[in-house]
Design a protein around this ligand. Structure first.
Ligand code: FMN
Length: 360
């Protein structure tokens, strides 16, 4: 009902605006709602059910449901409480860089409505770790808060570990978990950090800070869907040997072959429906290589409860989305969580966790 109204009424208005402005406006509205007495209660009317059968235990944390807001949706932690009120069990803020930076020149985000997709070449615009810390300090949320760690564009590859460790250090008290993002296509050289050696160095630098905590945080690694088999083996070796707590599969793709019009003049990564099969295939491949050693977070083209369930059956303990939220609106997370819950009830499962790897 709400998604239909969003699609017929709100999206047509938002889509007259330049995509980044529309996204900024949507975040501003959510921020205003969470700052208004009673605002979160109104947003909660959109959310799906709260049910212990939807809880997922992964890397030492308990998620209220398996659906998360993917990195990039709330880069600077402006609307965490509001997004959780809409039904996301988890919000992964970021990518956060150590120092503020503007990102690439505009335009740098494009909608492809017929394909239910986005192209983005943002390049980590970030208010910086200090500002994000101020925004999050002292706040307690109903769901799980992840922080996606990145490096500044000006930092060269050799010093990248220091950047990841600096963001982790700044936000360690605010986060439940961290994700080392080495897979965005819009920061030159970033994807080279998916090599075994580079990942070991980054994870060691983050771990040096993490070890000093009374309760160390789980640190995951987010990979690109465009790795060939040899590169994937490298990345998995780095993640496993470096002590990663899990993997996020996957970031956006540089492969436009599934698009009727591939817009070669526009740079950036592709997300949304055209990424779905590729991200699912990548998840299956990773699952077949790491088995149950590392929990997996499935992301890429998830737009329905069926998509989420398929990703979990393929081995994802948790799922995330971004692009379908742009097209589906504020009712979408609730609709997906409701659909997952109905499936759990219909199949008489004790827990949604029973779905994880059910397709093995
Ligand atoms: C506009 C935009 C910005 C993004 N920014 C980030 C980011 O800062 N860090 C990151 O790890 N992923 C980022 N992503 C990737 C998403 O987290 C996700 O991995 C990808 O979009 C696939 O999911 P989807 O098809 O549900 O959008 C971004 C995606 C989009 C569309």
């Amino acid at each position: 009902m709400v998604p239909r109204m969003y699609r017929s009424l709100v999206f047509p208005i938002l889509s007259t605006l330049e995509p980044e402005r529309a996204h900024g406006l949507a975040l501003k509205s959510l921020r205003a709602a969470q700052a208004t007495p009673g605002g979160l209660a109104i947003l909660r009317a959109f959310a799906g059910p709260v049910d212990p059968r939807l809880e997922v235990r992964a890397f030492g944390l308990t998620f209220p449901n398996p659906l998360g807001a993917a990195a990039g949706l709330d880069k600077n932690a402006d609307a965490v409480a509001a997004l959780m009120a809409l039904g996301f069990g988890c919000v992964e803020v970021g990518t956060v860089t150590p120092r503020p930076q503007p990102g690439n020149d505009r335009p740098r985000v494009w909608r492809l409505p017929e394909a239910r997709a986005l192209l983005n070449a943002l390049g980590f615009p970030s208010t910086g770790a200090g500002a994000v810390k101020k925004r999050l300090a002292g706040k307690r949320f109903k769901g799980i808060l992840g922080v996606n760690l990145g490096k500044n564009k000006a930092t060269d590859a050799e010093r990248a570990p220091e950047d990841y460790a600096a963001v982790f250090d700044a936000l360690k008290d605010e986060m439940h978990y961290a994700v080392v993002n080495v897979s965005s296509p819009n920061t030159p050289g970033l994807r080279n950090l998916q090599s075994r050696r580079a990942l070991l160095d980054i994870l060691a630098a983050v771990d040096a800070v993490n070890r000093s905590l009374a309760k160390p945080r789980p640190v995951l690694v987010k990979l690109a869907p465009d790795l060939d088999d040899a590169q994937l083996d490298e990345a998995l070796a780095g993640a496993l040997e470096g002590g990663a707590a899990g993997l996020v599969i996957s970031n956006t793709t540089l492969d436009r072959s599934s698009l009727k019009n591939p817009f070669p003049e526009r740079p950036g990564g592709l997300s949304g429906a055209p990424l779905r099969d590729k991200a699912l295939a990548m998840l299956k491949k990773v699952r077949s290589r790491v088995g149950k050693r590392l929990p997996l977070v499935g992301v890429g083209g998830i737009a329905t409860a069926e998509d989420a369930i398929a990703r979990m059956k393929a081995g994802a303990s948790l799922v995330q989305l971004y692009t379908s939220f742009v097209y589906g609106g504020p009712g979408l997370p609730g609709q997906i969580v409701r659909g997952i819950c109905e499936h759990v009830v219909k199949e008489k499962l004790k827990s949604v966790e029973d779905l994880v790897g059910a397709g093995d």
